[in-house]
Design a protein around this ligand. Structure first.
Ligand SMILES: C=CC1=C(C)/C(=C/C2=[NH+]C(=C\c3[nH]c(/C=C4\NC(=O)[C@@H](C)\C4=C/C)c(C)c3CCC(=O)O)/C(CCC(=O)O)=C2C)NC1=O
Length: 329
């Protein structure tokens, strides 16, 4: 097995992951999700439920064995299920598309839902709704953030503004802009933090802090949230997907459990919650917007979408400002 090949997961007989082999940890198939949401895996054709997260009863009022094998249409409002089917009919597997909608399971069980394709399956993730995140004021702050980024004079001012805007939008205790060097080590090049916290500005970190398989995933999936480093993961039921007979690829999932290695890294930094947004330029991971909170923090779907959008705008603005500085436009 080549050094860069990923190891089988520990829950399927793989070796214990430690600092000597963590660059080969298969982080896309943890076999569990973070428990602040629930996950359903459906067949694409009939939208039949073939795999769930063990905590599904808390969200749907039915135990896993009462849900497995049933059609989503048996459990949720027909209009929303039909909208999901229409979306899936129009999408191709190549697109890393997410479908964001609402699912109503009756008895006031109404959730933000995020759907995406994984192999020949559809993963639907359910999260509690957050009214504040969809208010007009929220959209106003995104508009302001964009104007600030566009008005920044030069790359350094742009990165500082981005850190400030993301902190304002999300309320994280600390927001950093982390830039990768040619050797994939990294440096904190901008920061906005709670005034009583020490600064990481100018600190450099080795390539191993964000290993190869994580960087590769982050070019495809642009945002990840660890809501609570101490929350017990909710395992998938059954552990192997019955359609594929393999572990479910959670690389595109918003609730994917974070690597235990990284959870310990965050605890060592006295961080309870972390969110990062990829800054991708020409298909390469230029850097990350890395956010920390000293307490557990669930970031609602709408706020995450805004952060991901800002990350994309920031990548474009970095190129534009660098070109302007180079050619003194
Ligand atoms: C201020 C500086 C600063 C730095 C440098 C920083 C690093 C950082 N690591 C990240 C991810 C991972 N790291 C590791 C593994 C290891 N990390 C190590 O140090 C060694 C012990 C090790 C194995 C031996 C793995 C498997 C993952 C993937 C986790 C997953 O997605 O499941 C992320 C993105 C996730 C996030 O947003 O929090 C960041 C931003 N976060 C900061 O704020």
């Amino acid at each position: 097995m080549m050094d860069s090949e990923l190891l089988p997961p520990e829950n399927l007989g793989g070796p214990r992951i430690d600092t000597t082999n963590c660059a080969r940890e298969p982080i896309h198939i943890p076999g569990s999700i973070q428990p602040h949401g629930a996950l359903l895996v459906l067949t694409a054709a009939e939208l039949r439920i073939v795999q769930v997260s063990a905590n599904v009863e808390h969200f749907l009022g039915h135990a896993p064995e009462q849900v497995l094998g049933r059609s989503l249409a048996d459990l949720a409002a027909a209009s929303e299920v039909e909208a999901l089917a229409r979306f899936l009919a129009g999408e191709t597997l190549e697109k890393n598309a997410q479908y964001v909608f609402c699912l109503n399971f009756g008895e006031r069980r109404v959730y933000d839902a995020t759907a995406h394709r994984a192999d020949a399956l559809v993963i639907v993730e359910l999260e509690e709704q957050d009214a504040a995140a969809s208010s007009a004021g929220f959209y106003h702050s995104i508009k302001n953030a964009l104007s600030e980024l566009e008005g920044a004079e030069g790359v350094a001012a742009l990165l500082s503004s981005a850190a400030r805007q993301v902190r304002h939008l999300t309320g994280f205790d600390r927001v950093m802009i982390y830039r990768f060097a040619e050797d994939d080590s990294g440096e904190v090049v901008a920061e906005a933090q709670r005034e009583d916290l020490h600064s990481f500005l100018g600190h450099r970190f080795p390539e191993s802090d964000i290993p190869r398989q994580a960087r590769a995933l982050y070019v495809k999936n642009l945002l990840r949230l660890t809501a609570d480093v101490d929350a017990p993961p909710s395992p998938l039921v059954p552990l192997l997907n019955p359609v594929t007979g393999a572990p479910l690829n959670l690389g595109g999932a918003v609730l994917r459990s974070t690597s235990p290695m990284h959870l310990q890294y965050l605890r060592n930094m006295e961080v309870a919650s972390s969110l990062s947004v990829s800054i991708v330029q020409d298909g390469r991971l230029w850097g990350l917007i890395s956010c920390h909170h000293t307490r557990a923090k669930i970031v609602p779907q709408a706020v995450r979408a805004a952060c991901e959008f800002l990350g994309r705008v920031l990548a474009l603005q970095i190129s534009a400002k660098r070109a302007a500085e180079t050619f003194r436009l």
